[in-house]
Design a protein around this ligand. Sequence first.
Ligand SMILES: *Cc1c(COP(=O)(O)O)cnc(C)c1O
Length: 420
Amino acid sequence: MSIATRASASLQTTDPEISALIERDRERHIRTLNFIASENYASQAVLECLASHLNVKYAEGYPRSRYYQGVALVDDIEQIAIDRAKQLFGAEHANVQPYSGSPANMAVYFALLQPGDTVMGMELSQGGHLTHGSPVSFSGQFYKFVHYGVDPESEVIDYDHVAALAGEHRPKLIVAGASAYSRVIDWQRLAEIAGSVGARFMADIAHIAGLIAAGVHPSPVPYADVVTTTTHKSLRGPRGALILSKQELAKAIDRTVFPGIQGGPHLSAIAAKAVCFREAMEPEFRAYQQQVVDNARALAEGLIRGGMKVVSGGTDNHLLVVKLLDREYSGKALAKALEGAGVITSMSTVPGETRRPAVTSGVRFGTPAVTTRGATEAQMQRVAQIVSTIAENPSDEAAIARLRPEVEAIARELAPVLPA
Ligand SMILES: *Cc1c(COP(=O)(O)O)cnc(C)c1O
């Protein structure tokens, strides 16, 4: 094969091993029900951008201010992505270059903080993210994080406690947002607390960006100095991230993203973000996000009817966490048992956690992915029954095997979504 011929050979020809694994994983998605709260099925249009020749391009810098030639058309693409992001979220400034949610958060911290500064973020075991000050993350190593959490009774954020901690520790920055919190976040209250101690306020909406874009969860944009988000979770775009900010911080944020922590922007992902923002402006997207929330509520109600405890007693958004503190088995054990039946979830720590983070006492369920496949409340009720049955005894392999065809039947009712 000549050099040029080799370059145009298909994946199947070039690497049958990886090709077959990808195909088997595609079939796995179609045959199972994906309740991983951070995952979603991006559209064909988004995937086409990711597979496009834009993968080639180097364009360090920003539109109309680049270090490379041949950038006129990718300048247009990035500018469209920026303009749409600002329009979609009503923001003054947008940076669409962050490779993913974690580097987006890193860029904001580098822009606003000095090493050793005090920052407040949500307790990891109660739903916060690693980049909100975990000791195993750069965030916990570079900055002095003080963590707030939920009220032990209501399991809703204890805003009075946030205010008390802020008064005591005088942080430079208060970070809000979570990876496993099922209630509406009161951005205004948190911004007021930040303002009262002279702190900046950052909202990390990685999980709920789609809900916010559709108006089914309040937006932090009017209240926050900076908003970060991934684009691949509920927002249903490519893997990547976005930073929104007040104009006053635009230069500092742009400089820390590039050249501060990143090199060349991923133009294929930026084109895909532009497409995702356009899709998110459609009326169907609003209907989709409302269905995501309705499905999560139906699932939570069904699980509670089935005898399970749900953190905070339910959900206002796209996810819920079942609480297994009083059970003999862990979150990990239940998540594994559920996978045996074709219900794909992730373990999660819970408020009052007693087990290790690698085992946990919770399982997190999210509805964005199954809702993209067309799932509705009736199917959520059937899933809740199946999950509740398995949760009675997750080591009963015969019961799990009996339930697997029921899950496959529901999966067959849904759209396959993933293109071959
Ligand atoms: C997922 C998530 C991130 C990080 O996103 P990655 O793309 O996985 O780096 C940051 N913050 C929150 C709240 C998240 O849920």
